[in-house]
Design a protein around this ligand. Structure first.
Ligand code: AMP
Ligand code: GLY
Length: 436
């Protein structure tokens, strides 16, 4: 398979969030796209004339030349294996590779074995030893649920007692059910964060443009950790040389460790990195595209994404991904109560006006159709919209994104006002950002 000459006529994207909306939009530059189950924002015809359709049909029953699995849960559950067993071309690891994200304990053990720099850690099922380990660390303290927790199972705190209480809540099964009955306790690292998505065809690696995600719910990195409240790309402090060294030191050894276990990983490895004073360290690996990182990385892709992902899926990654110099900024608009207890069912106003702002695409993340309500779209999740703009600079992309955010509303809508602010060059926030 070669770039620009895609054999992919129809692509099936699995998932229903903002990441899948962005994947569908970029894949639809060159192919018809079916999204299972999709959402009310995903549909219509791309500017290139390809149809995009949300379908209730399960992915196993959709006919397509390429399957791209968005979220971690179906990957951990073995959807890629089932599709491959049926002879399909699939982008996304099997259940063996997806365990990297399905168990943070497994991931940390693999990182340690592969010699990838990461935070000092311990894995515990009993509160006593976990608490003793916490007390042996200098703060800040970090407690992570072992299993899948939709980006919400991580506590980072400067208060030791809070970490101790969190260990007890998680291990008692009260906080995250079975997923929480094992915890990873870590030393807290400091430094700016960056997300690096790296394609892997089982052996060869190709990094995509770096992005920065904003994990905390509120401005100036206040409030609880979330799945991500916004993102931007490119990242001024992560240049090509740094990307190359991150691939070499953080990703390649991990892939070698996977291969040594007989795992043929075909998909994307998402490295969550912190650039600490002691050098870059891996916070986590995910086995899928980041959300909302995808919304700012893929629109900048300069090429035929169907061909690129098909090469990965076929184990024949040859293309070198290139990105347009334009910048992209995504601001997540969330429901009241996110992440603990998001309120749903509120009518969303202003979608058309927001989408009309130059360079803007409003990716739907947690919406549902409700023809009985004004506008026909209601909130249906914690993260509702990813309002995304491209522009000639980060500053301009940011201005466009926030102009569009100003057009959408529903009761209790919440968004951060400082996404990409420091990176876009607003000196009043340099200090806050330096602490990131
Ligand atoms: P994770 O899901 O493991 O990436 O954790 C979510 C977020 O928690 C990260 O993006 C960081 O902001 C924060 N975090 C995770 N691990 C650490 C750590 N060891 N030190 C400081 N912050 C962390
Ligand atoms: N934005 C964080 C994630 O996708 O896990």
């Amino acid at each position: 398979m070669s770039g620009g000459d895609s054999a992919v006529r129809t692509a099936c994207v699995v998932g229903s969030g903002g990441r899948e909306h962005a994947l569908a939009a970029v894949l639809a530059r060159t192919a018809e796209v079916v999204v299972s189950p999709g959402n009310p924002g995903i549909g219509g015809t791309s500017p290139e004339g390809h149809t995009v359709t949300s379908v209730a049909t399960p992915p196993e029953d959709v006919e397509a030349d390429l399957y791209v699995i968005g979220p971690e849960a179906p990957l951990v559950d073995g959807l890629a294996d089932r599709l491959r067993a049926a002879g399909k071309l699939v982008f996304g690891p099997g259940a063996d590779g997806a365990r990297l994200e399905g168990s943070k304990a497994f991931m940390k053990e693999l990182l340690a074995e592969a010699g990838v720099p990461t935070a000092h850690f311990g894995v515990f099922t009993e509160p006593g030893p976990a608490t003793a380990f916490l007390r042996s660390l200098r703060g800040p303290w970090v407690v992570k649920t072992d299993g899948l927790a939709a980006g919400k199972g991580v506590l980072v705190t400067d208060v030791l007692d809070e970490a101790v209480a969190d260990v007890e809540a998680k291990l008692s099964g009260g906080a995250f059910g079975e997923a929480g009955r094992r915890v990873v306790v870590e030393e807290g690292l400091t430094g700016p964060e960056c997300s690096l998505l790296v394609l892997c065809d089982g052996e060869r690696l190709a990094p995509l443009a770096p992005a920065q995600d904003f994990k905390r719910r509120d401005d100036a990195d206040g409030g609880p950790n979330t799945g991500g409240m916004g993102a931007y790309s490119p990242v001024p402090f992560v240049d090509d040389a740094l990307v190359a060294s991150l691939v070499e030191e953080a990703v390649a050894p991990l892939v070698a460790a996977l291969r040594a276990r007989g795992i043929d990983y075909r998909g994307v490895l998402y490295a969550g990195l912190m650039l600490t004073p002691d050098g870059p360290k891996v916070l986590e690996f995910n086995v899928r595209f980041g959300d909302p990182e995808t919304q700012v990385v893929l629109p900048r892709y300069d090429g035929d994404l169907c061909s690129l992902l098909a090469e990965v899926a076929a184990g024949e990654l040859r293309s070198v991904p290139r990105f347009a110099p334009e910048a992209a900024v995504c601001v997540v608009c969330a429901s009241e109560g996110y992440p603990e207890k998001p309120r749903t069912g509120d009518p969303v106003a202003g979608l058309e006006e927001a989408g009309a702002v130059e360079g803007v695409t409003v990716f739907h993340a947690g919406t549902a159709a409700d023809p009985a309500r004004p506008g026909g779209v209601v909130t249906a999740g914690g993260r509702v919209l990813g309002v995304t703009a491209v522009g000639p600079s980060l500053a301009e992309a940011r201005r466009r994104a926030y102009r569009a955010v100003g057009a959408v509303s529903w009761p209790g809508m919440h968004h951060r006002t400082d996404i990409a602010r420091a990176a876009a060059g607003d000196p009043s926030t340099e200090k806050a950002e330096a602490a990131r």
